[in-house]
Design a binder for this molecule. Structure first.
Ligand code: CU
Length: 244
């Protein structure tokens, strides 16, 4: 009895210790969006397999222990104490091991989501009622988010007025944006295209107008766009000066 319990607790400890190692296995990339999809896929497979096992067991028991005679009185098998404890602990440990395994993977993913790569390019974001402003540095501020493909981007975000929340489902990122605080998300735009970018915290009448697109473009196109924005900014400030 003691040795049985001892062996079981040892194997559970072993599984817990091994879980982070499993979490580093192949197929996982240090990219929150890919990691998110990978883990979600794994969880769906996992719950499907567990669901099938439980359904088969339940259907089998319903069939096996069905009433054969309407006056029948059931007789429960008498289990020894060790057998009763083992019947509780062994199945529970098996499913807990699976939970620990998945939560270790979730933990790895969370760390990747929070750990900004050194090479990430920083863009400062300010949320207003009801639009976004993107500050690329050097006084280049736009209302459209354009990023070069293959360059990890970190958005440092704050709000000028109320609570907002930045959500880019295509990159699997979402984070609250608050006055008086700077929060961040990072992502790695791998494919050229347009991705929905919206506010996902109800922030007033025109909340829905905060939905725009992030444009991911090739590096050359990005450089050309950036030059153009710079020229426009210069022209605007010259205009201001002559008028002022
Ligand atoms: Cu908002």
């Amino acid at each position: 009895m003691r040795t049985l319990l001892g062996k079981m607790s040892l194997s559970i400890l072993g599984l817990i210790a091994a879980a982070p190692a499993f979490a580093q296995e192949d197929g996982y990339e240090r990219d929150p969006a890919a990691g998110w999809d990978y883990l979600w896929h794994e969880i769906v497979i996992d719950i499907t397999v567990i669901g099938i096992i439980f359904s088969i067991a339940a259907i089998w028991m319903v069939w096996k222990y069905r009433t054969k005679d309407e006056n029948a009185v059931g007789t429960a098998p008498k289990l020894s104490k060790a057998a009763a404890i083992a019947w509780v602990l062994i199945p529970a440990s098996l499913f807990m091991a699976d939970d620990f395994f998945l939560s270790a993977k979730g933990w790895t993913l969370w760390n990747d989501y929070r750990r900004i790569p050194d090479e990430a390019k920083e863009i400062r974001v300010t949320a207003y009622q009801w639009y976004w402003e993107f500050d690329y540095g050097d006084e280049i501020i736009t209302e459209e988010l354009v990023v070069p493909k293959g360059q990890p981007i970190v958005l440092r975000m704050t709000s000028e007025d109320v609570l907002h929340s930045l959500y880019i489902p295509g990159f699997r990122v979402k984070e609250d944006v608050m006055p008086g605080r700077v929060t961040y998300v990072w992502f790695n735009p791998k494919e050229v295209g347009e991705y929905v970018h919206t506010c996902t915290e109800y922030c007033g009448t025109a909340h829905a107008e905060m939905a725009t697109n992030v444009r991911v473009v090739e590096q050359e196109e990005y450089d050309a766009w950036f030059e153009q924005v710079k020229e426009e900014a210069k022209a605007a400030s010259l205009n201001d000066n002559t008028q002022g």
